[in-house]
Design a protein around this ligand. Structure first.
Ligand SMILES: [Mg+2]
Ligand SMILES: [Zn+2]
Length: 202
């Protein structure tokens, strides 16, 4: 898996949305704590170490089905800095993502393997992964959503122009700022999104 970067303008030439056509809408999904159970240590969230430990949260498959039936693209955007620091292998992460693709109707999975010091454009709270997916999949970000369980997810979504849902586990870390709506889980977010909830929380 290549490290994602923002696609250059040149590569998108000749691949533009036809004028008047409706661009796609998407729901961007954080991975750990939104799709799969996070490992909690000392009140903080960590990704599972092994593919065998990878467990979907209740209601996630139903939520994805609801959103797909409503016409949304589903794009996972996940920070996996343990690859950069050597605590995890890219092979393991790829195996988890292959499993996710088998289990859920996902349109894409973008992963950032960097740490803050790398100053990449993809690591949330930067919106790089959302912007790259928007370009590749012709997504109208202003009619799209981000669902995450940490402030970095919410800020990335806000910066991309999406309406944001925060799955609040009351982690011992900074909370998101600005406009967002709090939900118990992805299923609750999906119910609200597909009910045509107004996009005022951004
Ligand atoms: Mg998370
Ligand atoms: Zn990155």
């Amino acid at each position: 898996m290549a490290l994602p970067g923002v696609t250059s303008e040149a590569s998108s030439q000749g691949d533009q949305v036809v004028a008047g056509a409706s661009p796609n809408r998407a729901v961007f999904l954080d991975r750990d704590g939104v799709i799969n159970q996070p490992t909690i240590r000392n009140g903080k969230s960590y990704p599972p170490d092994r593919v065998e430990d990878f467990q979907l949260i209740d209601g996630v498959a139903e939520a994805c089905t609801l959103l797909k039936e409503a016409g949304f693209q589903l794009v996972v955007v996940t920070n996996q800095p343990d690859v950069r620091t050597g605590k995890q292998t890219a092979t393991n992460v790829e195996a988890m993502h292959a499993r996710l693709r088998d289990l859920l109707p996902l349109d894409d999975i973008l992963a950032c393997f960097h740490v803050d010091a790398d100053d990449c454009s993809c690591r949330k709270p930067k919106p790089g992964m959302l912007l790259q997916a928007a370009e590749q999949h012709h997504i109208d970000l202003t009619r799209s959503y981000m669902v995450g369980d940490r402030w970095r997810d919410i800020l990335a979504g806000q910066r991309a122009g999406c309406a944001c849902y925060f799955v609040d586990y009351d982690y011992k870390e900074a909370r998101p700022e600005g406009a967002y709506r709090t939900v118990d889980d992805l299923y609750q977010a999906a119910r609200q999104i597909t009910a045509g909830h107004p996009l005022e929380h951004r």
